[in-house]
Each structure stands twice: as C-alpha cells, then as structure tokens.
Design a binder for this molecule. Structure first.
Ligand code: NAD
Length: 363
C-alpha cells in the first residue's frame, strides 16, 4: 500500500530535520508518496501569506502530515502558524511521549511517560484585548459589572475559555490512548483550586470519565505547581499526564528537559481523522543551514506517524535504530555529546545516515 502524506519543511532548521526524517522513514521500506506543501516564511515570500489554503487543503485531503517547525513572525498576522494549523484542522489532542533513551545526557533514566495536552482552547485560543484599546475598555467595564471586581484600566486582557465539549473529548482521548498503548494511570493536572470554572470544569469532566475506566486505568489528580515539583523529584511515578493547553505547553518542555532536551522529544497533533506530526522544538533560527542540530525529535515524530498509519513494524525498526545510534554515542550531534564542543560530534545529515545504516541492517 502507498500512503499519501503531506510534507511541510518549515522554517529555520526545519528543512534539515525534515529531510533527515524523510530519508529515515523511507529507509524502513514503507511506501509513501509525499505531497510537499509550503507554509511559513517560504509561503510568505512566494504567496504573500504564511499559511496558504493549499497547505491546509493538502493536509485535509491526505489526512496525515509530517511538519517541520515554523517560526512565529513577531508582530504580524497569526500569533503562531503552528497554532493556526491545529485550530483550522481541529487537531484537539497534542500527544508528546517523553522517553529516556540510554546514552542521552540526562539527570534521570528509565522515564517513559506521555503528555496529552488539550490543543484547541484555554489561553491559547488567541482571544486577547490590548491595553488601552476601546474594546478593552468596554470589556473591562462589562467584567467589572458582572464580576463585581475592579480591574486596572491600563490592563491587557487574555481570555481563557475551557468548554465541557473540549474537556470531554480530550479526556476520552487520554483514557482511550491509555487503553490502546497499555498504560496504567492517567493523572489530570490543573489549577482547579483557583480557576474553579475553567480548570474546575476540566477536572470534573476528567473525574466523570475516570469512573468509566475504573478497574482498567488508575486515575489521580494534581495541581500544576505541585506537578512541576513532583516531576523534578520523582518523574517515574507518572504515566499519562492529561492537561489543559497552557499547562500542557509548559510541562511538555519541563519533561523534555527530564530526558535530554528538545533535540529528542517528538510530538503529534491529532484530531478525529487528521493528524500532524512534528517535533516539540521550534525552528531554532540561529542553527539554520548549519547541518548541526539533532534530527532525533523529528525522526521519532516520523515513528509516531508510522504507528498512526498502522506501519508498526517500520515504526519499531525506526525507533530501535535511533535507540542504537544514541546508545553507541558515536554518530550523534553535539547536544548528545557529554561536551557540546566535542569535535567528534556529527551533523544532522550524518546522524541520519547512521540511523539509516541501522535500519537497513535489520531489513
Ligand atoms: P526552539 O525550540 O526553536 O530553540 C530553542 C533552543 O533549543 C535552540 O536554540 C537550541 O539550543 C535548542 N534546540 C531546538 N531544537 C533543537 C534540535 N533539534 N537539536 C538540538 N538543539 C535544539 O525555540 P525558540 O528559539 O523559542 O523558537 C524559535 C522559533 O520557533 C520561534 O519563532 C517560535 O515561535 C518557533 N516555534 C515553533 C514551534 C513549532 O513549529 N511547533 C514550536 C516552538 C517554537
């Protein structure tokens, strides 16, 4: 079977890590017809817009996309093209496995947890009112009237919507994910003691869902501040973490730090029938074109994609090849060396070459 998949190179280091991932995926023997779509800086210069309709149409048609990181332009258009893609395609679940691979420089070993982050609302909904604006003033007046609380007139306002609908579907997703991937426990993370009507709703929804899975999946609750501490002190206690959007964003980076940093953490944005696979890291513009950064996060995003399209054998082959290359510690990028200035560190392309050799050795 030939899979048709949309490929977006992205900005900065995007093209280098996406090419590395594409070559590694193809080495597994899975047959893929890539449809290249353009978004980000290249789209802006060619078509005058950061996210052309053609790119979204391609993903809608093919249902699966491998995407490089896209820079967020300062002070114009979208707050983030990446967020815009997730919103336009209703990719409501962000899945970020956090796994320790032996050989990675890290304070912890044997970590294997998964972050499920709600991807469509919360403070990421992009509903903001600038300080001093006429609408902001009128909004402040309305809020003061209804909430019977004072807001300083020189305030900016960001709105945090959390709905029952979105909380229910992400919670169901998290428990179903736990069942499918043989996980034991879901921990819901909120600040429900303070934000009773938003985080409180998210928590209440999770509690209700947990009842349905009693006896199959254990359930526990944590406050996000306490979770940050617990993750640093005893990360092995956790399995699946379920979080609203903003906490999910922050805790994702914290967890990436637990297992060696952004160079090794993959991700997926999943909706009912569309999925976009991308690394947790951004476009790291200062490394653009240097053939320097670690392609692992993007390659492992490719392995998640292969699992999603039910090419399990290829996915396992790819992940095992990455694991071996990292464990050997020879053909790895600077960030995986104990001294980042080690002259023996290889480039993005050479690390991918080493992974491909391992894949081919197993075929
Ligand atoms: P970043 O993740 O791009 O880079 C931060 C630092 O992390 C880099 O300087 C580098 O030291 C390290 N790093 C990142 N990727 C690495 C890799 N593959 N190998 C080794 N080291 C790596 O974060 P940033 O600098 O905050 O953001 C740069 C741009 O990327 C911004 O415009 C931001 O909006 C965008 N961004 C995009 C996405 C996305 O496309 N999903 C995600 C995050 C940030």
């Amino acid at each position: 079977m030939v899979h048709k998949i949309t490929l977006i190179n992205g900005d900065g280091i995007g093209p280098e890590v996406v090419l590395a991932a594409k070559r590694c995926i193809e080495a597994t023997g899975v047959r893929i017809e890539w449809e290249e779509a353009i978004a980000g800086e290249e789209a802006k210069s060619k078509f005058g817009e950061l996210l052309p309709e053609e790119a979204l149409d391609s993903i809608k048609k093919n249902k699966v996309c491998l995407k490089g990181p896209i820079s967020t332009p300062i002070g114009e258009g979208f707050r983030s093209v990446n967020v815009a893609i997730r919103q336009a395609l209703d990719l409501y679940a962000c899945v970020r496995p956090v796994k320790y691979y032996p050989g990675v420089k890290s304070h912890y070993k044997d970590i294997d947890l998964v972050i499920i982050r709600e991807n469509s609302e919360d403070l990421y909904a992009g509903i903001e009112f600038e300080e001093g604006g006429a609408e902001t003033k009128s909004l402040i007046a309305q809020i003061e009237k209804y909430a019977k609380k004072k807001i300083r007139p020189d305030s900016g306002i960001s709105i945090k919507p959390i709905s029952k609908y979105a909380s229910q579907r992400i919670t169901a997703f998290a428990f179903e994910y736990a069942i499918k991937f043989n996980r034991k426990k879901v921990t819901v993370v909120t600040k429900a003691n303070i934000m009773k009507f938003t985080d409180g709703l998210f928590l209440k929804t999770a509690r209700e869902a947990a009842k349905k899975y009693e006896g199959k999946i254990a359930f526990e609750e944590a406050l996000v501040d306490n979770m940050a501490m617990q993750l640093v002190q005893k990360p092995h206690n956790f399995d699946v973490l379920l979080l609203p959007n903003l906490y999910g964003d922050i805790i994702s980076d914290l967890c990436a730090g637990l297992v060696g940093g952004l160079g090794v953490t993959p991700g997926a944005n999943i909706g009912d029938d569309i999925a976009v696979f991308e690394a947790v890291h951004g476009s790291a513009p200062k490394y653009k074109g240097l053939n320097k950064v670690n392609p692992t996060a993007m390659i492992l995003s490719g392995a998640l994609m292969l699992k999603y399209i039910k090419e399990d054998e290829a996915a396992n082959n790819l992940e095992n090849a990455v694991r071996e290359v990292i464990a050997e510690g020879k053909s790895v990028t600077y960030d995986l060396k104990s001294d980042p200035n080690d002259p023996a560190a290889v480039g993005t392309k050479e690390m991918a070459d080493a992974i491909i050799l391992k894949i081919e050795g197993r075929l």
